[in-house]
Design a protein around this ligand. Structure first.
Ligand code: PEP
Ligand code: MG
Length: 759
C-alpha cells in the first residue's frame, strides 16, 4: 500500500453504513435529496475525499448527479460517454474497478471543471439493474491506497439501492427513460483461441465448479469443529448481508427465498448431525458432504414437490458451506438454464461438462484450457464449438446473448443485429458443407492416386456411436472407456461394465472397435477417486500406472470386456505404456482373466487383439522388443507431443508453443511407420492431429494409412484425402525431415494449395 495508515474498513463499518442507508431510504425527501444524502454518507463512513454518483441519461451519456468532494457546480454539467474516462470504462464493462493509481489507468480522462486532479485512488462500481447499466458510483482518495474487498462489496450493495432510486424514476424524467429505451450493455468482441470448430448462439450460463472433498479424516476433531463453526458463521453473515441488500432494494421475492435459506442454515437436526460426524473423526468438509449424502439418500425416493425443493435447498447450502470452508464465496448467477445455452467457465473438467443437459448445450467458452484438454475432446465429440478467451467471466453477465465462433476463436457478446445476420449466413454455409460431406459419405476413402486410407472414429459415449453409420467411418479406432466412468457417481462394478461394453459392441455391429482401458488421472479425475493432489498430474499417477498398482481395477475392466465379447472379436489397448515391462504386466492380467473365464466355461473372444498406445517417448527406444508382442499400435499424438516437447497440453501458454508438424515429430512418426511395417504391426494414429485436414495430409505423407478422429472431422478429412496425390506429397516431404524449421505447417499448406488439395 502506498500512503499512510488508514482505519480498516471492515464488516462492522459496512453494517453501520448500511443501517444508516436504510434510515435514509425510509425517510422523506425527493430522489435527488436522498441521493445527495447517500453520497454524503458514503464519503463520511468510507473516509473518502470524494463520493460521486453518475446516472445514465438518454444517448448513453453518464451525467454527474451528485457529489461530495468535487466542485458542486459540475453536478448536472459534467457528462461522460460510455467508454470515456474511468467512469465510462466501468459503465462500458459493467464491472467494478479499484485503482490505487487512477491517473495511470489507460482510460483516465481529466475533467478540469470537477477539480479532481489531486485524487490518486479510485474505486467505482456500476449501478446495475438486471443486466442494464443505470449509472456509476465512485469514491476517490487523495493518497494512493489499496481498496479492500469490503469497500468494493459495500459500494456494490449501495449501488443496488441507487439502482432502485433510478428505476423508480425519481431521478431521471420517466419520459426520457421510456422514449430512449433502456441503456444496455454495449456489444463486445473477445478474441481467443479456437478449440472446437463450429458456430453457436445462445445465452450465457456461468459455470460454478463443484467442490470435491479430498481430505476425509481429521486428527484433531476440536480444530475441525472450530473450522466448521467459523465457516457456518461466515455463511450466516453472508446470507444476512444478502437479505439486507434485498430488503434495502425493496425486493420481496429474493428476500423470501433468503429467509427460507436462513431457516435451513439454522436447522438443528442438520447442524447436530454434521457436528456429530466431525466428532467421530471426519474433516469438516467430509462431514458436511456425508450428511448431505445421507439426506439425499433418505429423501431422494420421495416425490412430494415441497420435500424435493427442500432437498435442493440443502444441496445448495452444502455447496455454500463447502465454499466457505474452502475460503471461497459463492457467486450465484440465479439463472435457470435456458434452452440454448453457452457455458462460460474459468476452467472445467470433462465430467463437469457432461453434467449439463447436452440437448441445450450449444457452445462453451473457457478462460483457461487448450485444444488437447479432455474437456475439449469431449466437446468435439458432442460437436460443441469451444473458444478459450481470457477475461470472459469479467465481461459476460449471466443470460447475455453470445455467439461462439469456434472456427476463428472469437466470441461476440450481446451481438448487434448485423453480427447476428452474419451468424445466420455462416450457419447456412456450414449446412451446405455438411450436405457436401454427406454426399461423399458412401464414396471410397481413397486418395486421388488410389491409396486407400481407413478413417476410424474416436468415441467415448453411447451417443457417439450413431455417428459410425452417419459418418461412414470404418470402425472405432479409439473407445475411451474412462468417459462413462467420469459421468457416474460411483465406480461401476463388473456387471455394470459388462452391460455397457456389450451394448457398445451391439451398436457397433460388425465394424471393428478398439477398447482402450481406463485412462484416468491427469485432467481426467473420477469424482469418487481420491488419489490426492499431485504437483504434475500429467506426469503423475495415471492411466495404466493406476491399473498396474491396483490390478483388481484393471482386471475387473478386462473381465467385463471379455464377458461382453464372449464369442465376438475383441481389441484391447493399454494407454500410457512407458516400457515393455508395463505392457507385459498389463497383458499378464489379461491372460489371468482369460484363464479365469475359461475355467468358468465362458466363451473366449473369437479373435483377441492386444495393442498399446504410443504416447510416452521412452517406448520409442524399445520398439524392437515391443513390436513382436503387439497386434497393433496407435499413436496418441496429444500426449506424445506433450511429452516429446515437455509442454503441458492443458496449458494455453505451452499447448500451442510447439507444432506437431515439426521435423522432430514427423521424424518420430516416420520411424514408427518404418518399424511397424518391418514388424507387420498395424499402425494408426488417434490423437487430435489426425482429425485436422492439413495435419492428416502430413500424416498420410509420412506413411499413416489409418486415422482415427472425432466424428465432425470425418467429412473434412475425407474431402481432403480424396483430393490428394500421395506420391507427389511423399516426394515433396522427403526434403523436409532434416530441416531446422520450427514448423512445417506453412510449407505443407502451400504444397496443398499448389496441388489442388481441398482443406
Ligand atoms: C492422445 O494422447 O493422443 C490420446 C488419444 O489419448 P487422450 O487424448 O485420451 O489422452
Ligand atoms: Mg493420451
Amino acid at each position: 500500500m502506498g500512503g499512510g495508515m488508514h482505519p480498516r474498513f471492515d464488516g462492522t463499518s459496512s453494517r453501520r453504513l448500511l443501517a444508516r442507508l436504510r434510515d435514509i431510504m425510509a425517510g422523506s425527501g425527493s430522489g435527488q435529496d436522498r441521493l445527495d444524502k447517500i453520497v454524503t454518507l458514503i464519503a463520511a463512513e468510507m473516509k473518502a475525499d470524494v463520493c460521486s454518483c453518475y446516472v445514465m441519461r438518454a444517448g448513453e451519456v453518464l451525467e454527474l448527479f451528485s457529489t461530495e468532494g468535487l466542485n458542486k457546480t459540475a453536478v448536472h454539467n459534467t457528462r461522460l460517454r460510455v467508454g470515456e474516462g474511468i467512469v465510462g470504462y466501468i459503465a462500458g464493462h459493467a464491472r467494478p474497478v479499484a485503482l490505487d493509481n487512477a491517473p495511470s489507468h489507460p482510460s483516465f480522462a481529466y475533467r478540469p471543471e470537477t477539480g479532481e486532479d489531486p485524487f490518486q485512488s479510485l474505486a467505482g462500481v456500476p449501478i446495475l439493474r438486471g443486466s442494464k447499466v443505470r449509472g456509476v458510483l465512485v469514491i476517490q482518495h487523495k493518497d494512493r491506497r489499496r481498496y479492500v474487498e469490503e469497500e468494493v462489496e459495500t459500494l456494490q450493495t449501495i449501488a443496488m439501492v441507487v439502482a432502485e432510486l433510478v428505476a423508480q424514476s425519481e431521478l431521471v424524467n420517466p419520459v426520457e427513460v421510456t422514449t430512449t429505451g433502456d441503456p444496455v450493455l454495449l456489444p463486445a468482441r473477445l478474441s481467443g483461441t479456437a478449440m472446437s470448430a463450429g458456430l453457436a448462439m445462445g445465452l450465457a450460463v456461468i459455470h460454478r465448479p463443484q467442490l470435491t472433498v479430498r481430505q476425509m479424516v481429521a486428527e484433531d476433531a476440536d480444530a475441525e469443529l472450530e473450522r466448521f463453526n467459523t465457516a457456518l458463521q461466515t455463511m450466516h453473515s453472508a446470507i444476512d448481508d444478502l437479505l439486507e441488500a434485498a430488503s434495502l432494494a425493496g425486493l420481496s421475492e429474493p428476500r423470501d427465498i433468503l429467509e427460507t435459506y436462513r431457516m435451513f442454515a439454522e436447522d438443528r437436526g442438520w447442524l447436530s448431525r454434521i457436528r456429530e460426524a466431525i466428532r467421530v473423526g471426519l474433516t469438516a468438509e467430509a462431514a458436511v458432504q456425508q450428511v448431505q449424502n445421507d439426506t439425499r439418500a433418505r429423501m431422494s425416493h420421495l416425490t412430494d414437490p415441497y420435500i424435493r425443493e427442500r432437498l435442493m435447498d440443502f444441496e445448495d447450502l452444502t455447496n455454500r458451506l463447502l465454499q466457505h470452508l474452502a475460503g471461497k464465496t459463492s457467486s450465484t448467477d440465479g439463472a435457470t438454464l435456458p434452452d440454448d445455452m453457452i457455458l462460460v467457465a474459468r476452467s472445467m473438467g470433462p465430467a463437469e461438462l457432461l453434467d449439463y443437459d447436452r440437448t441445450r448445450l450449444r457452445g462453451l467458452l473457457l478462460e483457461e484450457g487448450s485444444p488437447a484438454s479432455h474437456v475439449c475432446i469431449v466437446a468435439r465429440a458432442l460437436n460443441i464449438p469451444v473458444v478459450q478467451a481470457a477475461d470472459a467471466l469479467n465481461r459476460i453477465e449471466p443470460l447475455d446473448q453470445l455467439i461462439v465462433d469456434g472456427d476463428h476463436g472469437q466470441v461476440f457478446i450481446r451481438p448487434a443485429e448485423d453480427i447476428q445476420m452474419a451468424f445466420g449466413e455462416a450457419v447456412a454455409l456450414q449446412h451446405r458443407k455438411e450436405q457436401m460431406y454427406a454426399e461423399i459419405r458412401n464414396l471410397p476413402s481413397v486418395t486421388r492416386d488410389g491409396v486407400p486410407i481407413s478413417i476410424q472414429l474416436n468415441c467415448g459415449l453411447l451417443i457417439d456411436l450413431p455417428h459410425l453409420t452417419a459418418s461412414g467411418a470404418e470402425g472405432v479406432g479409439l473407445y475411451r472407456t474412462e468417459i462413462p466412468f467420469m459421468v457416474r457417481a460411483s465406480y461401476p462394478d463388473v456387471t455394470a461394465q459388462t452391460t455397457l461394453y456389450s451394448r457398445i459392441m451391439d451398436e457397433v455391429g460388425h465394424k471393428p472397435i478398439v477398447f482402450r482401458t481406463l485412462d484416468v488421472g491427469g485432467d481426467k479425475m473420477l469424482p469418487y477417486m481420491t488419489g490426492g493432489e499431485e504437483e504434475n498430474p500429467a506426469l503423475g499417477w495415471r492411466a495404466v500406472r493406476i491399473g498396474l498398482d491396483h490390478p483388481s481395477l484393471l482386471r475387473q475392466q478386462l473381465r467385463a470386456l471379455l464377458l461382453a465379447a464372449a464369442g465376438r472379436p475383441l481389441s484391447v489397448m493399454f494407454p500410457m505404456i512407458a516400457e515393455v515391462a508395463e505392457f507385459d504386466g498389463a497383458r499378464r492380467l489379461l491372460e489371468l482373466e482369460l484363464k479365469r473365464l475359461a475355467a468358468q466355461g465362458v466363451e473366449p473372444p473369437s479373435n483377441l487383439r492386444v495393442g498399446t498406445m504410443l504416447e510416452v517417448p521412452s517406448l520409442l527406444w524399445q520398439l524392437p522388443a515391443l513390436l513382436p508382442k503387439l497386434d497393433f499400435l496407435s499413436v496418441g499424438s496429444n500426449d506424445l507431443t506433450q511429452y516429446l516437447f515437455a509442454a503441458d497440453r492443458g496449458n494455453p501458454r505451452t499447448s500451442t508453443r510447439y507444432d506437431p508438424l515439426s521435423p522432430s515429430m514427423l521424424c518420430v512418426l516416420r520411424r514408427l511407420v518404418d518399424e511397424c511395417t518391418r514388424h507387420r504391426v498395424s499402425l494408426s494414429i488417434c490423437g487430435e492431429m489426425a482429425g485436422r485436414p492439413l495435419d492428416a495430409m502430413a500424416l498420410i505423407g509420412v506413411g499413416f494409412r489409418t486415422l482415427s478422429m472425432s466424428p465432425p472431422s470425418v467429412g473434412p478429412v475425407k474431402t481432403m484425402l480424396r483430393s490428394l496425390d500421395v506420391a507427389a506429397l511423399r516426394q515433396y516431404m522427403s526434403g523436409l525431415y532434416t530441416g531446422a524449421d520450427h514448423s512445417l505447417r506453412d510449407k505443407l499448406k502451400t504444397f496443398g494449395k499448389d496441388h489442388g488439395v481441398i482443406f
